[in-house]
Structures are given as C-alpha cells and as structure tokens.
Design a protein around this ligand. Structure first.
Ligand SMILES: Nc1ncnc2c1ncn2[C@@H]1O[C@H](COP(=O)(O)OP(=O)(O)OP(=O)(O)O)[C@@H](O)[C@H]1O
Length: 320
C-alpha cells in the first residue's frame, strides 16, 4: 500500500511511553507510535481521548511530561490543526492565507494551490470557500514548505462524503508524490483512509492498534458507495475489552470496575503492525461494528494550517 522503497527509513518521529499531565491529571499516557517516511498513521478514539494532544507531542508543540519523543534532526512539519484562531471579520484571500505564517514565493503558492486543485481560487476570500475548498486551502498551506511530516488534525471536517473521498485521495497522492510521512487524526471511530498503514486507537492510552481491513472486500459497501469509496476508505474493526467511565475508572468485560486499566488491557502492541507491513492486510481485530460509514462530519470548519518548526510552542493555541 505505501511506498516500499522508503519503508526502511529511520522514523521521522517516534513516541515512547509518552504522556502529558495537566492540573494533576494525565491527559494521555503510555503513547507509543512512530511515523516513517511514506507511512500513513491514523489516530482514532473518542472525543477527549488525547488524539490532538498526542499529535502535538509528536510535532513538539507539547513536551511530554514522561516518556520520550524523538524527531529526525531538521524535520520539517506541515501541520493543519483542528481549530484555528482566525478573525473571520477581516477579509482574507486564499493567497494571503498561504503566507500568513511567513513569506512564500509566488510560484510556490501557485504550485501548492495547483497540487490541491484550487489554483483558480487564489484570489477568493477564505470566508466564502466551501468546506472541502477550505480544507484544500489548509492542506496547500501545510504542503507549501515541503514538509517531511504532514500532520492533519481531522482534515475532512465540514466536508461531505464524496468530498471526504476526494480529500483522502488527494492526501494519498501527496504522500505518493512527495514521500512524506503522514499523521492523520480521524474523527471517525471506524472508517479510516484505506492507505493507512497503522491505526492507533487512543483512549487516554493506546487501547489497540492494527491495520485497517479494506472495505473494498465488502460487496455491500461497494454497492452502497461505489468502487471509489472502497478504494479510499477502510473499516478499522476492533474490540476493546474494557470501557473508560466518565469518572476515569475502568469497567472490564466481566463487569468489574477498577481505578485504572489492568496491565495489558486491550493493548495489542507493536509486533502486529510490523508484521502487517510485510504482507497484505489480512488481519483485523474481532469485528464489533459492521459497515458504519458516514461522510459528513458536523463540526464547524475551523481547521488551520501552518508549517512549524518542531519546537514552535507558540502554535499550541493555533493562532495564525
Ligand atoms: N491544556 C490543557 N489543560 C487541561 N486539559 C486539557 C488541556 N488540553 C487538553 N485537555 C484535555 O485533554 C483531553 C484530551 O484532549 P484532546 O484534544 O487531545 O482530545 P481529542 O482526542 O483530540 O478530542 P476530540 O476528538 O474531541 O478533538 C481532553 O479531556 C481535554 O479536555
């Protein structure tokens, strides 16, 4: 699925037992994953499970309070945060959006906009863009400085189903043409980009990980959404053996409740995803969810884009 010739490269970023603690509470703990050049890693998990926090640790916007995060020296990161503080009362053209975080030669603005298919909208006002066009503008901004690692926090928010497929196809083609690594945060708990190499399911910690099973194998899905969708999207089928309660305690499959997870609870670690890289996606966790597919994500389209130096702490609040 991904480019095999780049597969053995040293990781662009690697998190080991990384955790963030705020106000006496661990927001995430024990986060472990890496992204290699050409690799696509997707973080999924419920609201508040620590996806954005983990991504921010990966790019250096947040420093881990425990564990380690290592980035390749000189790593260039293109980051599209989930939310962006923009003064929407001020007119802002797409071209201007591209150079808000720093000057960019005209020809590079043009080629980035061409790469995402919105060159014709260079002079359009950002406020007037559709959800899909806006996400493309943010993507253009993130790729304009030719990052080694592209971090996209919910890149299909505010986009309808066919727009979602088109955006995922675009992300795949960016990966194929540039060889960059991609860390994606998906709002959907089950449907991820089919090109994803590794899905990491977070719930304050890594609950499980694996490869997505290609939905193209499902005739029902094909009938519903057509071959294009089957090629682009995949269902990540997984099964948690415990549930995190709102008060932070953990309910296990036998109904017992404890303060924390048992060691090894629902954690399906490391060897799995390495194995999967060697062969086709023929393994998935026990399916507890069939064919849940939706495209429209009802969130306000407030994503943003930036190319960051990894240590750029000022970006934590996503101001442009
Ligand atoms: N600076 C902070 N101080 C205290 N708590 C925080 C801080 N930043 C995030 N949190 C909390 O950390 C948890 C994880 O947040 P995070 O944004 O990483 O989750 P997420 O999985 O990306 O969620 P969503 O899907 O809703 O975007 C949430 O409970 C959030 O309220």
């Amino acid at each position: 699925m991904s480019q095999p010739e780049t597969r053995n490269d040293q990781p662009l970023v690697m998190l080991q037992e990384a955790g963030i603690r705020r106000s006496g509470r661990w927001l995430v703990r024990g986060v472990e994953f890496s992204v290699a050049p050409g690799e696509i890693v997707t973080l999924i998990g419920p609201n508040g499970s620590g996806k954005s926090t983990s991504a921010k640790m990966a790019i250096g916007v947040l420093k881990p309070d425990e564990g380690r995060v290592e980035r390749k020296p000189g790593l260039r990161v293109g980051y599209v945060p989930q939310k962006l503080a923009v003064d929407w009362t001020m007119p802002l053209t797409v071209k201007r959006l591209m150079s808000l975080t720093g000057p960019l030669p005209e020809n590079e603005i043009k080629s980035a906009l061409e790469a995402v298919g919105i060159a014709h909208l260079a002079s359009a006002e950002v406020q007037h863009l559709s959800g899909g066009e806006f996400q493309r503008a943010l993507l253009a901004r993130a790729i304009a400085r030719k990052p080694d690692l592209l971090v996209l926090d919910e890149p299909v928010q505010g986009v309808d189903f066919s727009g979602e497929i088109a955006l995922y196809d675009l992300i795949t083609s960016i990966r194929n043409s540039t060889g960059c690594g991609i860390l994606l945060i998906s709002h959907d708990l089950h449907v991820v980009m089919a090109e994803t190499d590794t899905v990491i399911c977070l719930n304050g910690h890594v609950c499980c990980r694996g490869t997505p099973a290609a939905v193209s194998q499902s005739p029902e899905y094909m009938r519903l959404f057509g071959a294009n969708a089957g090629r682009t999207l995949a269902v990540y089928s997984h099964d948690h053996d415990h549930t995190h309660l709102p008060d932070g305690r953990v309910m296990h499959s036998d109904g017992s409740v404890t303060e924390h997870c048992h060691p090894g609870d629902g954690h399906h670690h490391h060897d799995e995803d390495h194995q999967h890289r060697e062969h086709d996606h023929d393994h998935h966790h026990e399916d507890h969810h069939h064919g849940h597919v939706h495209g429209g994500i009802d969130q306000e389209a407030t994503g943003g884009g930036a190319v960051l130096t990894p240590a750029d702490e000022s970006r934590e609040n996503n101001h442009v």
